[in-house]
Design a protein around this ligand. Structure first.
Ligand SMILES: Cc1cc2nc3c(=O)[nH]c(=O)nc-3n(C[C@H](O)[C@H](O)[C@H](O)COP(=O)(O)O)c2cc1C
Length: 323
């Protein structure tokens, strides 16, 4: 092993963890270029979803999540990272250059990296067991350490406004033929190395659940459905691309930490993909204090709920290139 740079096998293992990151419709819109001393993350604009994600925000959040997964993965192998975000203004798809420095892993770092393989977007109902204030406080702090504001949407008024935004977005999307065609192209029985497979999607009348094609995942059976899931709303002071990248890093950090805690989670962005409902979330839930980027639903999975199979990923040789 070199003292200044992880060897090729270590980097490949870390990149295998990086591509386990969540991404909108499992599009995996990233490319990695591996140099002698650095790893570079590029957005793959051909994988943007024009009718779901017209602004490319979900794409950047997905890439940010993969960037954090890389850093969390390599950290467990004994390396810390220095990340240069958007290093070249002339090349906007070049999202990050990552440098490495040796540092022995801590037990927390190892637990976080181990959570990568276990994490799933779980769209089933969660139990009414409370996600305690100390869990929430820790997750809020994790998000804030990535420069992102995290609000636990708990108050009745704000909660109702957020749910209303989900309902309106689902109604708008149901009338949008091109959105529907795109959703069917990226989900259901035909999902292969990409997209949301039928076995990951549930039938649900809950407005927070996106209407993926051919939902084939049985809903969790619960004795008590009175409880409320926790909803974390991630926002940033500005709405530039770097804020969206950071929001993706925070999403990854929160979801992996939640997985370590034993919590189930699911990222949700449908109301943030439509200008009017995003504006409503900004004014009615955030009271104009930031730009909403991501919503994470959290809770305890039912004990009867089967473990979720992993969603597929593209072959590594399609996403890694030498520099
Ligand atoms: C930016 C972003 C937006 C997402 N939006 C939603 C959503 O609105 N609804 C949903 O059920 N899943 C959403 N997801 C989860 C993806 O569908 C999921 O990450 C992908 O299918 C891969 O599955 P996995 O997370 O279980 O590995 C989103 C993920 C990201 C990163």
């Amino acid at each position: 092993m070199s003292h200044t740079h992880p060897d090729a096998d270590t980097l490949r293992s870390a990149l295998q963890l990086a591509v386990r990151a969540p991404s909108v419709h499992n599009t995996q819109p990233w490319q990695w270029r591996v140099g002698e001393q650095t790893v570079h993350l590029y957005a793959d604009p051909a994988r943007r979803l024009p009718h779901t994600d017209p602004d490319g925000r979900d794409l950047l959040i997905s890439c940010g999540a993969a960037l954090h997964h890389l850093c969390a993965g390599v950290r467990a192998f004994g390396w810390t990272t220095r990340v240069h975000r958007l290093p070249n203004p002339a090349e906007p798809d070049h999202l990050a250059a990552v440098e490495f420095r040796p540092e022995p892993p801590t037990p927390e770092a190892i637990r976080l990296a181990q959570a990568i393989e276990r994490r799933r977007s779980d769209r089933r109902r969660y139990t009414s067991w409370e996600v305690t204030g100390s869990h929430i406080a820790e997750l809020v702090e994790v998000g804030q350490s990535h420069g992102v504001l995290v609000r636990n949407v708990g108050g009745d008024y704000e909660r109702a406004r957020l749910l209303r935004a989900f309902e309106r977005a689902a109604q708008d999307h149901a009338r949008d033929f091109e959105y529907g065609a795109e959703l069917h192209q990226w989900s259901g029985r035909h999902a292969a190395a990409q997209g949301v497979p039928a076995h990951s999607a549930v039938i649900s009348t809950d407005p927070t659940v996106r209407r993926f094609a051919d939902p084939g995942l049985p809903q969790a059976v619960l004795c008590d459905i009175d409880g409320e899931d926790s909803m974390l709303l991630l926002s940033t002071p500005g709405d530039e691309r770097i804020s969206q990248l950071r929001a993706g890093e925070a999403t990854s950090a929160i979801m992996l930490t939640a997985t370590v805690m034993g919590l189930a989670s699911c990222p949700l962005t449908e109301p943030l993909e439509i200008t009017a409902t995003r504006a409503a979330v900004r004014s009615e839930v955030l009271h104009d204090s930031g730009f909403p980027q991501m919503i994470i639903r959290l809770g305890w999975a039912a004990q009867s709920a089967d473990p979720l199979p992993a969603t597929p990923r593209r072959p590594m040789d399609q996403v890694i290139r030498p520099l």
